[in-house]
Design a binder for this molecule. Structure first.
Ligand code: ZN
Length: 160
């Protein structure tokens, strides 16, 4: 039998990181040379905090638009099951500083300006669990994350 694939994210020592941070997980090259980058957007400290589902869900819907506007080649941003952050996928290469700045702007917008008008897909027809949203929770968590500062390095605090 072939060897089991190694999943990079499970190799990371989650006790050594200092959230909030942006980390490049890896860059993969397709058969035609296109590059896809995968980032770890860690919003809260692993095994110390977890963003409650409703707030995380609202952040997910809202940053789907905000990060798309700010990161060229944006593909997708999906929450971790542990509720401490998101995977970000994008075409091409981007510095973690640029990604951290885009994330900071997006979370700052949610914390200070966002209204329900800015949260897309909250109807029964456009979401798989439309009852489970909280802009109140999203705003408070985003405020705390922005105030803590987002680092472009997972192990050393390099706040953008
Ligand atoms: Zn949804």
């Amino acid at each position: 039998m072939a060897e089991k694939p190694v999943v990079e994210s499970f190799q990371l020592d989650h006790t050594k990181v200092k959230a909030p941070y942006v980390r490049l997980i890896d860059e993969e090259e397709g058969p035609k040379g296109d590059v896809i980058s995968n980032y770890d957007l860690r919003l809260v400290q692993p095994n110390e905090h977890a963003i409650p589902t409703a707030g995380l869900h609202t952040i997910e819907h809202t940053i789907a638009v905000l990060l798309r506007e700010r990161i060229p080649g944006y593909i997708d941003c999906s929450p971790f099951g542990c509720r401490t952050g998101f995977h970000l996928l994008a075409w091409g290469r981007h510095s973690t500083e640029d990604v951290a700045k885009a994330l900071k702007e997006s979370l700052e917008f949610i914390a200070s300006e966002a209204t329900w008008e800015d949260v897309p897909g909250t109807e029964i027809t456009s979401c798989g669990n439309y009852r489970d949203h909280s802009l109140f929770s999203a705003k408070q968590w985003c405020r705390d994350i922005v105030d803590a500062g987002i680092s472009s390095d997972p192990f050393e605090r390099k706040v953008v």
